[in-house]
Design a protein around this ligand. Structure first.
Ligand SMILES: [Zn+2]
Length: 116
């Protein structure tokens, strides 16, 4: 595959023929093959534009303030982290969250946080 075609944010490559199709398309209009997963070709950025790497970095460096929770639309958890930011607990939890985010597959991340 040496094509250099650009795909839009709401588009993906067909898993069968490689044509650019709508990200929400379940069946490729070109070859008619059903797509295995609507998130299969979205890479590191979820459909709502959330980046797993950004979330992980927020968690690692700003975890004690719950910034990654706000970023991932877990506002309730974010407020909890913020309330307890004077203890070491959110920092420790944020560090663990960051590691978990880093080792999480893009597909898991998209399923968990990408559609909010
Ligand atoms: Zn196709």
């Amino acid at each position: 595959m040496s094509e250099t075609v650009q795909k839009g944010l709401d588009e993906k490559f067909c898993s069968e023929c490689g044509s650019i199709i709508k990200a929400k398309a379940e069946i490729c209009p070109k070859c008619g093959v059903r797509q295995a997963s609507s998130f299969a070709n979205l890479g590191a950025v979820a459909p709502n534009g959330k980046s797993k790497l950004a979330a992980a970095l927020f968690a690692l460096f700003l975890g004690s303030f719950g910034i990654h929770k706000f970023y991932l639309k877990r506002v309730g958890m974010g407020i909890l982290y913020l309330l307890f930011c004077w203890t070491f607990i959110p920092a420790a939890l944020g560090f663990i969250d960051g590691i978990l985010l880093l080792i999480m597959s893009d597909e898991d991340f998209n399923r968990k946080y990408g559609t909010i």
